[in-house]
Design a protein around this ligand. Sequence first.
Ligand code: HEM
Length: 216
Amino acid sequence: MLEEWLLLAHVTGAAVLFGTGAGIAFFMVMAHRTRDPALIAHVAGTVVIADTVFTATSAILQPVTGYLLARMIGWDLSEGWIALSLLLYVITGLFWLPVVWIQIRLRDLARAAAASASALPPAYFSLYRVWFAFGFPAFLAVIGILWLMLTKPSIPYFNIGQRLATRSAAMVMLNHFSRTGSESHSLSAEPKPAQVETLGTLTTAKARPTMSTLTR
Ligand code: HEM
């Protein structure tokens, strides 16, 4: 039951993260196209508030609910699709954080132009171009995360846990006991047993149907 609530919170967070990001980008672009400093100042001011209330909150909660889900279901954080998602999440953050600062600057520059009844300064246009360019990698990275979360593909190269296991005899044994199916036949990764109670006794995590189990 708790797992279902966590999944609901996690998917809601994903919708808020993606929806707010896309909405903010759209309204900023539309406001910018008017070249009206007062209008841009107003929209940029609202965008800064929306980013703080919605994007920042879900950006913090998303890894928390994701981590708890992973623990509950039995996914290892080093599992390929999760490890790659975490990398993409860091990349998203690296592009999103400067964007937040740029939005504040754009708002302030537009406010100053509106207050002095002058045109938008060149600094505004330079910053806007950076803001626009940074949106693409951040947006693509989030799309990538969504795809990974939904398809959970088996990605051997990114499966850090599995690669480390091949270098450790003890981990190889654990890996052997915890594998339920043949990796070579898997289209998607599968959750590993959550706990090892005693030597050789496994408590399997709730099994989720994946492409491979459904077609077996
Ligand atoms: C940042 C760290 C994250 C971790 C550790 C994480 C982990 C997880 C885990 C363990 C699941 C459940 C998988 C299963 O049902 O077996 C999941 C599902 C999901 N995640 Fe994440 N997640 C993270 C971030 C994100 C982000 C940023 C998004 C989207 C913007 C996202 C979107 C989703 C969606 C849509 C599902 C539902 C997939 C399904 O039920 O088929 N997650 N995530």
